[in-house]
Design a protein around this ligand. Structure first.
Ligand SMILES: [Zn+2]
Length: 548
């Protein structure tokens, strides 16, 4: 349901009239291609070693960022420090173990890497899963608000659950199930493992499917192979889950065949109401050892104090971390993460610079937060949201930037989770003032809303927005833009080839988008309004409770 507060729409209009011609336009124009390029070139350089948490790459990155903030004249955001330490548990499984499934019709030996990827989220040095009963739990979802529980009446303690990615709404494209095509949080792997752990499962096997996950198997391999990080405060680290794993679709089909089940028919059934979990009459075994270490990484936080409303905050977020180096790879082994997310981090610095170049100090304070461990499951932003340095009920809005536009100017920009909160209206006003337009998430089925740091703030009730680049390319049109983006994702997303390529990247669209982020934050910093979530969203009651 949409809810508009006409008073503040009027205020936005008044604001737009009042600000034209003052220092904002000039500050916005100070955001340039050269400025952004300079930052990306450093952050995505081989010298920064793929910016992996806890490595020399982190040290270089966070020092570079704090030095830039300091030289721009921003204050340390955490007392006298630019850093917020994030306590982590680091678990590194041996990577040559096998997952064995056996049944009456034979057995299947799955090899770590090509066949499956996984590990335990618990600090267990020697894992031994032996003959654990395998049970197919459909989508592995327990969602009271959608009257759906794949675990109903089931005791999976000590068992191995097999489940599918995404959710029944996506699978059936039925708008009456969950949220239809758009992925709910229940469709994300993070949720599925959490739920399996809450249910007491010993192992969880997630069946990979490129379309439903929206990325190919290679992304699973590159993103989740080997070391995984957890917040030491995460309940899953205290669970009994000894293996959380992804298996390839081909192997899943073999597994179903061994159980005498037709894969397509069974998985289709799992998306229908009334589906009952199926005992597969198979046993799962795996034994492997882990190296468990405790360490910390850092969020980098800089403060630009406001004037008349300086105890109220606008936060910009952009994750600095990426995937590091994989020495086992031949050729290019550094995951430079130029687009993901040196680009967003560069924008953070460029926007800080623009705020500093305003003729006068803005009313509300602005925080520039470059968070860690986004690639490990939004850990840095999650940690901040649970351990905020500034009160959440004084935090007006979060604007997240993750992977900016390298394909040229677009007429549109896309808001993931469009319609969730009133930040949409502010964004719309800014974007339309530039003769451009807003669209919703172009691929809501990929669950983009849950896949970057704005979601950590949404989860605790703080209105947050993630505006991605549009697909209505000024020069080449929509079809070209969509094909080009998909190709980019398949070729480069979470691969060593996400390199900084100033020769082929186009920066004109990026600059225009970053100007939008700046003006949106500026606009929010000058009003006294607290935008809220819209009626009927999961997040509104949480916000309302903290604002009382
Ligand atoms: Zn990212």
């Amino acid at each position: 349901m949409r809810y508009y507060n006409y008073l503040y729409l009027a205020l936005i209009a008044a604001f737009l009239i009042s600000c034209s011609g003052n220092g904002v336009d000039k500050a916005s124009q100070s955001i340039t291609e050269d400025g952004i390029k300079e930052y990306i070139a450093v952050l995505a350089s081989d010298d920064f070693q793929g910016r992996f948490p806890g490595t020399l790459g982190e040290e270089k990155t966070i020092h570079y960022l704090s030095e830039q903030f300091s030289s721009l004249g921003l204050l340390p955001g955490n007392g006298d420090s630019y850093f917020q330490e994030v306590p982590l548990m680091k678990i590194t499984p041996e990577t040559d173990f096998t997952l064995n499934i056996s049944g009456k019709k034979g057995s299947l030996t799955l090899q770590y890497g090509p066949d499956f990827i996984g590990g335990t989220p618990t600090p267990t040095e020697k894992v031994n899963i032996s003959g654990s009963d395998v049970i197919f739990v459909g989508y592995g979802i327990n969602a009271p608000e959608y009257q759906w529980n794949d675990y109903e009446g089931l005791d999976v303690r000590g068992k191995t659950v097999v489940m599918l990615v995404n959710d029944p709404g996506y699978a059936t494209q039925d708008s009456a199930l969950f949220t239809g095509n758009a992925m709910t949080y229940y469709g994300r792997w993070v949720y599925k493992y959490e739920e399996a752990a809450r249910q007491g499962a010993a192992a969880a096997i997630l069946v990979h499917e490129t379309k439903a996950a929206s990325y190919p198997w290679g992304v699973v391999e590159n993103s989740f192979k080997g070391t995984k990080f957890y917040l030491t405060s995460d309940p899953i680290t205290k669970s009994e889950l000894l293996l959380q794993s992804w298996i390839t679709n081909d192997n899943a089909r073999k597994l179903f065949q061994m159980a005498g089940l037709d894969f397509d028919a069974t998985t289709q059934m799992a998306a229908q109401r009334g589906f009952k979990p199926i005992e597969m009459k198979l046993k799962a075994s795996a034994s492997y050892s882990n190296r468990v270490e405790y360490m910390s990484s850092n969020n980098v936080i800089a403060l630009l104090p406001g004037s008349s409303r300086k105890d109220e905050y606008i936060i910009y977020t952009a994750h600095w971390d990426h995937l590091g180096v994989n020495p086992a790879l031949k050729g290019d082994s550094i995951f430079n993460g130029a687009l993901d997310n040196a680009s967003g981090t560069a924008a953070l610095l460029e926007i800080a610079k623009a705020f500093k170049s305003l003729g006068k100090v803005q009313d509300r304070s602005v925080l520039f937060m470059s968070v860690t461990c986004e690639e490990q499951g939004l850990l840095g932003s999650h940690y901040y949201a649970e351990n905020p340095i500034y009160p959440l009920n004084k935090t007006v809005a979060v604007i997240n930037m993750d992977a900016l536009n390298i394909f040229g100017r677009t007429h549109d920009m896309a808001i993931s989770g469009y319609g969730y909160n009133e930040l949409d209206d502010y964004a719309k006003a800014v974007i339309e003032s530039k003769g451009r337009y807003i669209v919703g998430d172009s691929r809501p089925e990929s669950g983009g809303y849950y896949r970057s740091d704005h979601f950590s703030f949404a989860k605790v009730g703080v209105p947050s927005i993630n505006i991605s680049f549009g697909s209505d390319n000024v020069e080449h049109g929509k079809e070209w833009a969509e094909t080009t983006l998909l190709k980019w994702i398949m070729d480069n997303y979470h691969k060593p080839s996400d390199n900084y390529e100033p020769e082929t990247w186009k920066f004109d669209g990026m600059v225009e988008d970053v100007q939008v982020y700046f003006e949106l934050g500026y606009k929010l910093s000058t009003t006294d309004h607290f935008p809220n979530w819209r009626e009927g969203t999961f997040y509104k009651p949480i916000r309302d409770a903290m604002m009382k």
